[in-house]
Design a protein around this ligand. Structure first.
Ligand SMILES: C[S@@+](CC[C@H](N)C(=O)[O-])C[C@H]1O[C@@H](n2cnc3c(N)ncnc32)[C@H](O)[C@@H]1O
Length: 374
């Protein structure tokens, strides 16, 4: 995925100083940053592998043969895991790379980071509920950069919002008092155990809804939609989950199993080319919401401005709401532009900024694990 699954790599995916793609030492610096800053809190294995690669001139030399957007740590690490690399010390991983280098290169060059995180629905839900309540009608959802479309089912997941009061959320709030501060929401008519439950630690005046808003229609756009019924695509989605994050893997599998019953409509193509036409297919009697998470890092500054104009035109001409949930970047920006100019990088610290109709609303955990209302 483009940007720190805990991520800061998904959230930021880059060193604070963007490396110059032209030199091998900058690639090493990129891996060292990932291994010492982004990965340690979430995956000791990825931290060790990435630091190992940073200090391994031969592997850096091979990575530098690839185009710049293919050199990001998450992509090669996920490719190796897709091919069966197990949690191990770097020397064993290095042996694995030597034995499988051609296959790793083939995956890296043919795939991209398309992490699909259903957990992000928890950070979008309060905004979606506010929109549905204000419009007094069900929602029509379009997700641009949808991957396999798992974030298109906010009405099919269960939620546990655990409040921490004011200030930045403590993502580990698990004490007994947390129970008293927990708001649970269950999808309409669903039996317990048949849906993933998304847990999110909240702080600030989060407008938690009393119920999950109704979704009348849903569709996504992606350059390369992943198919929840295709075993290769599912294996790739699983490989994109960081090694020690078993709870995310479990959640992904549950979400995929649910989506397989009624896969979402996914249109292949560039979001800037497809959005207006797809919006024309949304039912007129539903409130249209265009949203995206961890996508804008894949666009250059021109692509992002064009998208903002398109959404503004759509809002003026047809009527729509816009939710943007983005970190800095996962793919290093060649043009040096900022994905979320509304807030400085230091304040986000590996988290995402949620904009509601262009206005900052919250700072969110990149996998939906926290929601700090502004
Ligand atoms: C990191 S994934 C995020 C997926 C999903 N939004 C989520 O939050 O789980 C980013 C997705 O954006 C897609 N993407 C990138 N650039 C795009 C573009 N110009 N048009 C459509 N999709 C794009 C990628 O193919 C990828 O599937």
């Amino acid at each position: 995925m483009s940007p720190a699954e805990p991520a800061a790599a998904e959230a930021s995916g880059k060193p604070s100083a963007v490396p110059d793609p032209a030199t091998a030492s900058d690639t090493a610096q990129w891996y060292r940053h990932f291994g010492t800053v982004d990965a340690p809190g979430s995956s000791p294995c990825y931290a060790a592998w990435s630091v190992g690669i940073a200090g391994d001139a031969e592997v850096i030399r091979r990575i530098d043969q690839w185009p710049h957007t293919k050199r990001q740590p998450l992509l090669i690490l996920a490719a190796a895991r897709f091919l069966g690399a197990q949690i191990s010390p770097y020397r064993d991983f290095r042996r694995f790379l030597d034995h499988h280098w051609d296959a790793v290169a083939e995956i890296v060059l043919s795939r991209s980071t398309q992490t699909n995180e259903a957990g992000r629905c928890a950070t979008l839900l309060p905004s979606l509920a506010q929109i549905a309540a204000a419009e007094s009608r069900p929602l029509a959802l379009i997700e641009v950069g949808a991957s396999a479309g798992l974030a298109l089912f906010p009405d099919r997941y269960g939620y546990e919002f655990v409040g921490t009061g004011a200030g930045a959320p403590e993502e580990s709030a698990a004490d007994s008092a947390a129970e008293a501060r927990t708001t649970r929401l269950v999808p309409d008519g669903a039996q317990p155990g048949t849906f993933p439950v998304l847990r999110c630690v909240t702080s600030g005046p989060v407008p938690l809804p009393a119920e999950i808003p109704r979704v009348a229609w849903r569709a996504g756009i992606d350059l390369n939609p992943l198919d929840v019924r295709d075993p290769d695509d599912v294996a790739w989605l699983e490989a994109l989950v960081w090694p020690e994050q078993e709870f995310r893997l479990e959640r992904l599998r549950q979400a995929i199993a649910m989506a397989r019953e009624r896969p979402p409509l996914l249109v292949a193509g560039d979001l800037n080319e497809q959005l207006v036409e797809l919006a024309g297919r949304a039912p007129a009697d539903a409130a249209l919401v265009v949203f995206h998470s961890a996508v804008m890092a894949y666009l250059d500054a021109g692509g992002r401005s064009r998208f903002r104009r398109t959404v503004a035109d759509l809002a003026a001409e047809r009527g729509c709401h816009w939710l943007s949930n983005e970190g800095h970047t996962v793919v290093v920006q060649a043009d040096g532009s900022s994905v979320v100019p509304e807030m400085d990088d230091a304040r986000l610290r590996g988290r995402f900024l949620l904009l509601q109709d262009g206005q900052p609303a919250a700072i969110t955990g990149p996998h939906g694990q926290s929601l700090e209302w502004l």
